[in-house]
Every structure is written in C-alpha cells, then in structure tokens.
Design a protein around this ligand. Structure first.
Ligand SMILES: [Zn+2]
Length: 235
C-alpha cells in the first residue's frame, strides 16, 4: 500500500465515521458517557459520598484515616492499653446552642479566650478533650488517638467501675440536649462506631452509652435530642 493509498483509507474511515454519526449509530454511546459523567458528578457532590466513609479505617495507634487530625495535649496514658471497652457519646457547643464557631476547637486545643463570651468564664483553666468531635456537617475531627486517654468523662461510673476515661472512647457531637442532630452526624457516628467495634471488639452494643448514663445527676448529654433507636438501627 502506497502512502497515498493509506491517506485514502484514513479519509474513507473518517467519512464513514461521519456518516455513521449522522445516522445516529454513535449517539447512544456518546449519550451513555455523558450520563455516566453527570451521575459520577452528582454522586461525588451528594450524601452518597458517605458510601466511601463506610470503609473508615483505624490504624494501630488509634487514628481514623478519614478524620481531620488536630492533635491536642489534653490526654495521657491509659492504665491498660488493651482495655478499650466503652464508648461514650456527648454533646458540646460553644457558646451553647451556637454551631460552627471556633471555640470547641479552641477549648480542646487549650487556647480558648475566656473573655470571648460571658458564658466562657467557667472554662478558665479547664483542660478537657474528646477523642473525636463530629460537626453538624458530619465532618469528624480527631483530637486524641484512641490508644491514649482523653479527658471527656470526668467523675463517672459504669457497671460499678469508676474513672471511665481509663477504658472508654469519648465522642462529642456538636449540638445541645434539645436540638435535633443532623443526619450527616448520625451517618458519621454510625460509620465511626462500626469502625470502632471492628477495631475494639470489647465495645459491644450494651457498652455504648451517653455521658448522662455514667454521670447521672451531673451530666445530661447527649440529651433527649439524641435518637438512640435511630443510631442503633444502622449498627
Ligand atoms: Zn459530656
């Protein structure tokens, strides 16, 4: 085949392709690709992205791979590294009832300005933390690896055992006792709980409690606004 013959073949192929497209034979394929691209875009922009979060992983140090890491200094060693057998759910918002402020992060990072709001006067000198904080958006922020003892429970008791910080994991939901939590928060908490149960099998369903259960009379969170049935239904 000469060079001119090759050109002729290419030209023929191109014109045949044009004819084919004119006749519509190529249109279903193009339409399929367009549909696939639009579908993928919608999936990535929607709550379906939480499908990805279902495969949340926790490493040997107790760090969640999909969480934003904000290592703080409010933690110490657990008396027994192998005893992680309780999950405690809390709520917090600063000021109370106001969301998406920087103050919860400031509190856990040990740099809150107690002059920033009148209600913060009680927080002066307070050194507290939680392993994780779940924002209204469902975003998870991790302050303390699970292998370490976070300071979230305070004076507390579970099944006759005191000092729940020693053997528990504390998760704070951004919220109040009377404001419904968002579905994104339930999704994130459920995914995180599944990953925790997988990593620490001693955390059984009956060993998942609210702060109110281990410090009755002193603490009320996560409050009546937390739907335990809804939460447990997806575990
Ligand atoms: Zn609490």
């Amino acid at each position: 085949m000469t060079y001119n013959d090759q050109i002729l073949v290419v030209k023929s192929s191109l014109s045949w392709g044009k004819i084919k497209n004119k006749r519509g034979a190529g249109q279903p394929v193009a339409a399929f690709y367009c549909f696939a691209v639009i579908l993928l875009g919608n999936l990535l922009a929607s709550d379906y992205v939480f499908v990805y979060r279902l495969i949340m992983k926790i490493n040997s140090f107790g760090v969640v791979d999909t969480a934003i890491q904000r290592p703080c200094t409010h933690f110490d060693e657990r008396p027994n590294d192998d005893d992680i057998s309780l999950l405690v759910i809390h709520n917090i918002s600063l000021p109370a009832g106001q969301f998406a402020t920087p103050f919860v992060d400031d509190l856990f990072m040990g740099r809150i300005d107690c002059q920033a709001h009148p209600s913060f006067a009680d927080l002066a000198g307070l050194r507290v933390s939680a392993h994780c904080f779940i924002k209204r958006s469902g975003e998870i922020v991790q302050y303390v690896p699970f292998s370490k003892r976070a300071w979230h429970a305070g004076r507390s008791e579970f099944l006759g055992r005191n000092q729940c910080n020693d053997f528990s994991i504390g998760i704070e939901l951004e919220g109040t006792d009377t404001t419904a939590y968002t579905q994104n928060q339930y999704n994130a908490l459920q995914s995180l709980t599944k990953a925790l149960i997988n990593k620490y099998p001693a955390i059984t369903r009956s060993r998942i409690v609210g702060h109110c259960h281990i410090a009755p009379g002193r603490k009320t969170d996560p409050g009546d606004s937390f739907d335990w049935n809804h939460y447990f239904a997806a575990l």
